[in-house]
Design a protein around this ligand. Structure first.
Ligand SMILES: C[S@@+](CC[C@H](N)C(=O)[O-])C[C@H]1O[C@@H](n2cnc3c(N)ncnc32)[C@H](O)[C@@H]1O
Length: 246
């Protein structure tokens, strides 16, 4: 397991490691077959409600072009497709994209998927109405570079929407959430999904050491986005962000 995923002693500084991208990709490749099941079980089905809230926050209209970055198994792409948007999903883990390509929503346009890096998106300047990224920005090494890319590929008037885990502000909820994420979830993930790459230890470690709300909103502003705003979901366990390109 040395070069795949994470060793326990590597989890203290995940965002500063030079091998973050390699380890993140090998971790997601290893858990790809059980990724959706783990999401549903560990969020008690809330993850799909959060993704739908992300789509609503984007204000997407039928026929608009959406780029879903770090699309994974395509659940956000499908939520946009349900609104009859034209969706392209990008991700750097082919094992997840294979699962995404097998999904569709009857009666709605099928999203397209392409392998690519959030830091060098394989699309033209100004070519999308909406860019979305769910539970992805925290996983990208150099997220400020990715934010610059999101700005580049949006047309003037385009919207960036982000969904990410967060630390609840109310202390008792924060403690309960920490107990659940740091103690319960890694154990159930090991049992259910035979997590051999410490993905469910990486998750709370990467959330607690990532940009907080102010830092993420500040970075969105630095990348050029205006009218930056944020909304808590489920007591602040997760958060939505939106920024607009003038
Ligand atoms: C937690 S998953 C989220 C997947 C999906 N958006 C969802 O809602 O389930 C994080 C995703 O980020 C992708 N990822 C991380 N860094 C990336 C990068 N630099 N470029 C493209 N994808 C990246 C991983 O491959 C993985 O699919």
């Amino acid at each position: 397991m040395s070069d795949k995923g994470w060793q326990s002693d590597q989890l203290g500084d995940v965002h500063r490691r030079s091998d973050k991208a390699t380890r993140v990709r090998s971790m997601f490749a290893a858990i790809a077959p059980s990724y959706d099941l783990n999401n549903r079980l560990h969020s008690f089905g809330m993850d799909q409600l959060w993704r739908r809230a992300l789509v609503r926050m984007s204000g997407v209209a039928a026929g608009e072009r959406v780029l879903d970055v770090a699309t994974g198994t395509g659940d956000v792409a499908l939520a946009f497709a349900r609104r009859d948007a034209e969706v392209l999903g990008v991700d750097f883990t082919p094992e997840l994209l294979r699962i995404a390509r097998g999904k569709r929503v009857e009666g709605h346009p099928r999203p397209l998927y392409v392998a690519g890096d959030a830091k060098r998106l394989p699309v033209a300047d100004g070519s999308f109405d909406v860019v979305s990224i769910a539970f992805g920005i925290r996983n990208v090494d150099e997220p400020e570079v990715a934010l610059g890319e999101f700005y580049r590929v949006l047309r003037p008037g385009g919207r960036l929407v982000i969904l990410e885990f967060s630390q609840p502000g109310f202390a008792p909820v924060r403690w309960m959430n920490r107990l659940y994420c740091e103690v319960v979830m890694p154990r159930t993930a090991a049992l259910i999904a035979r997590d051999r790459v410490n993905a469910y230890r990486y998750l709370p470690a990467s959330v607690s050491t990532f940009w907080d709300r102010g830092a993420l909103m500040g970075a969105m502003g630095e990348a050029g986005f205006g009218a930056v705003r944020s909304r808590a979901l489920t007591f602040g366990v997760a958060r939505l962000y939106r920024g607009d390109k003038a």
